[in-house]
Design a protein. Sequence first.
Length: 419
Amino acid sequence: MLKEHGSKKIGEVQLSQAYQGMRGITGMVYETSLLDANEGIRFRGFSIPDLQQKLPKAKGGAEPLPEGLFYLLLTGELPSEQDVRDISADWNKRNKIPSHVFKTLDALPTETHPMTQFVVGVMALQTQSIFAKKYAEGVNKKEYWSHIYEDSMNLTACLPEVAAYIYRRKYKGGKKIDSNPNLDWAGNFAHLLGYESEGFRELMRLYLTIHSDHEGGNVSAHTTHLVGSALSDPYLSFAAGMNGLAGPLHGLANQEVIKWITEMQKALGSETPTKEQIEGYVKKTLSEGKVVPGYGHAVLRKTDPRFTAQAEFAKKHMANDPMVNTVWRIFETVPPILQSLGKIKNPWPNVDAHSGALLLHYGMKEFDYYTVLFGVSRALGVLAAGIWSRALGFPIERPKSVTTENVRAWIKGEDTIWE
């Protein structure tokens, strides 16, 4: 393609885009998923409803298994039941965590934010990197992808136990739970956290599937891709991406949503405020120069399909839950208010608007841990994409930057920075 079409232009860059977060600039190839403003996310061409229908499920379960999604992201093909069982068994063999990882985490104060602990845990695992060792030995670059694959498989296998150790250490007095090799990846994660209900296991299967990937331009995916382009191994690149996910404008938003709702309930003196009460509180929030967390998206121009999938799960498993019903009333109330402002392109809810209410229903009230769950899920997408980036031999990423002085001179015709 590059030989025949490398000079073909794929878009124009406006000055506003350079100053406003490179919003909408097409500037990278990311194989595993694509986000459409009107249709939402598609994983290798499959929508979330497609995945819920076509991916294998746990015995007696109704939600897709994340192992199946990972297979799809890597191969572009839907997996069989046996394919999924093989990945589950493989990850169960690979989830051996060196003792120094736990010792490193234990050296941190327990009050350390869970995302900080998560990144530290991933960095401590980096001592196991096969790619780093092979690169130091002088491996042929055509073999990079295979060692990146091994690292990615090992890291993905270990993440639930590392994440669960942080949860048990911070909130449950340090009482660690041993892994259950008879469970699937998401089911075992629920077990390691200490949640044994089948409902929570099903939630983890859905949650870890739909939070996995959102094309390559979001902060966590792009950061992982960028750092990986320098041939940093998957542990280093994924840890970098998780530092981005920890930001309140990205993955930390799910924590902010529940915080905002609970503050509203407290201010209104009601666990189930009416639409009128919610409308008044939303207007008060906006008048104070604040945002309503969980609403709006950089790309989407409709309700996030991931929000819809979670709402359907809630209708099936917890239709009478007060927090869930409040989330639904907010959904009925907020978009019209935001639309009336005339400045907001997307007044619809994103994935963060609903996820916290589901977790809270099953007893996970530790809001500041929610982003770690997001991080475990995001590994599936960004690590699969990283394997493909090395298989395709993508070079180090290096976009051009300019100064405002250059821009002013260019506007006056005195500089040719973009000519």
